[in-house]
Write a protein that binds this ligand. Structure first.
Ligand SMILES: Nc1cc2c(nn1)-c1ccccc1CC2
Length: 293
C-alpha cells in the first residue's frame, strides 16, 4: 500500500483520542465519503538520525508491511496510510471495547473460562502470525483490544505492530525494547530472539489474567529484569488457590528460560487447558475458519 500524500483531514473527520503509544496518538475518525468509523494512528517521524524522538521511516514501513500482509479476525486490519512531512497516519479498523488491560482492572481477575476464552483468541491470532514467521515482540494487555466490552464472550484484536518483525531463520534480532514486565530472558540477555519471545509474554499475560498479579514485576526496572533472568516467580496461594493444575501447567511450560524448551503456540493450542475449553467456548471463538482455497 502506498502512503497517500494528501491531507488526511480532507478525507476523514478526526475526533476524540482513544489511545496512545510512545510516539503515537490514536484518534477516532470518520471517513467523510462513507461515514465509516476508523482509528487514526498518528506516528511522529524521526527528524534527525541522532534524534531519540519519533520513529524511523523504515520502522513505520515495517509496521505497514506487516499489517498489510496479515488478515485475521483477531488482528487489527489496516485500511490505508497517509503521510505528511512530519508524521505518518495509519487508518486502522476501529475497536471500541477498550484495552484488555482496563477490562481487567475493572474485574480484578477473570474466572478460568473467561481467561481461556480470551487466551484462545490471542493464541489463534498469534498462531496466524507465527505460521508466517512474524513475531509481535510487544505482547501485553495494553496491546490486546476488545471489539465490544459488553458482548459475551469477548472478541479481541491484537494491536500495535510497531515492534513486530519478520523472523528469517539465522537472522539475529537483539536491540529490543519491549515492556520490562513482559520481555523474555533472552531479550534481557541480548541473545538472538525470535518467535519464542512472544510465547514467554503469553505466559506472563495468562498469569495476570488469572490472578491480577504480574509474576516478575519488581520495585524498579532492574529488579524486574533480575526476577525474569532468574525465572523467579510463584503461584501465591492468596491468588492461585482456586486455579486448576492445568492452568498452572500451561503457564509453567511458557515461563521457561531456555527458549528452545519453551512451549510454542501450537503446543499451547494442543494443551488440555485450552483444548478442554472447546466444550464450553462457542465454536466461533475456538474454530478457525477454513483458510481460503
Ligand atoms: N499503540 C497503539 C495504541 C492503540 C491502537 N493502536 N496502536 C489502536 C488501534 C486501533 C483501535 C484503537 C487503538 C487505541 C490504542
Amino acid at each position: 500500500v502506498q502512503f497517500r500524500q494528501e491531507n488526511v483531514e480532507d478525507v476523514y473527520e478526526i475526533t476524540e483520542e482513544i489511545g496512545s503509544g510512545q510516539f503515537a496518538v490514536v484518534r477516532k475518525c470518520i471517513e467523510k465519503c462513507s461515514g465509516k468509523v476508523f482509528a487514526a494512528k498518528f506516528i511522529k517521524k524521526k527528524r534527525a538520525r541522532a534524534s531519540r524522538r519519533g520513529v524511523t521511516k523504515e520502522d513505520i514501513e515495517r509496521e505497514v508491511d506487516i499489517l498489510t500482509t496479515v488478515g485475521h479476525k483477531n488482528i487489527i486490519s489496516l485500511h490505508e496510510v497517509y503521510e505528511s512531512n512530519n508524521e505518518v497516519v495509519l487508518i486502522l479498523e476501529m475497536v471500541a471495547g477498550g484495552e484488555l488491560f482496563d477490562f481487567l482492572s475493572d474485574k480484578e481477575y477473570l474466572t478460568e473460562p473467561e481467561a481461556v476464552a480470551f487466551m484462545i483468541q490471542i493464541l489463534n491470532g498469534m498462531d496466524y502470525l507465527h505460521e508466517r514467521n512474524i513475531a509481535h515482540f510487544d505482547l501485553k494487555p495494553e496491546n490486546i483490544m476488545l471489539l465490544n466490552k459488553d458482548a459475551e464472550p469477548h472478541n479481541i484484536k491484537l494491536i500495535d505492530f510497531g515492534l513486530a518483525q519478520r523472523i528469517t531463520p539465522g537472522m539475529e534480532y537483539k536491540n529490543m525494547h519491549g515492556t520490562p514486565e513482559f520481555v523474555a530472558p533472552e531479550i534481557i540477555a541480548f541473545e538472538p530472539i525470535g518467535l519464542p519471545a512472544d510465547c514467554w509474554s503469553i505466559g506472563v499475560i495468562t498469569f495476570i489474567l488469572l490472578s491480577g498479579c504480574s509474576p516478575f514485576l519488581g520495585d524498579d526496572k532492574s529488579e524486574t529484569f533480575e526476577n525474569i533472568t532468574r525465572v523467579d516467580y510463584e503461584f501465591d496461594d492468596e491468588y492461585f488457590a482456586d486455579t486448576s493444575d492445568l492452568a498452572r501447567d500451561f503457564i509453567q511450560h511458557l515461563l521457561v528460560k531456555d527458549q528452545r524448551k519453551r512451549f510454542t503456540i501450537k503446543d499451547c493450542l494442543n494443551h488440555a487447558w485450552i483444548k478442554g475449553a472447546a466444550n464450553y467456548i462457542p465454536a466461533w471463538v475456538t474454530q478457525e475458519p477454513l483458510s481460503p482455497p
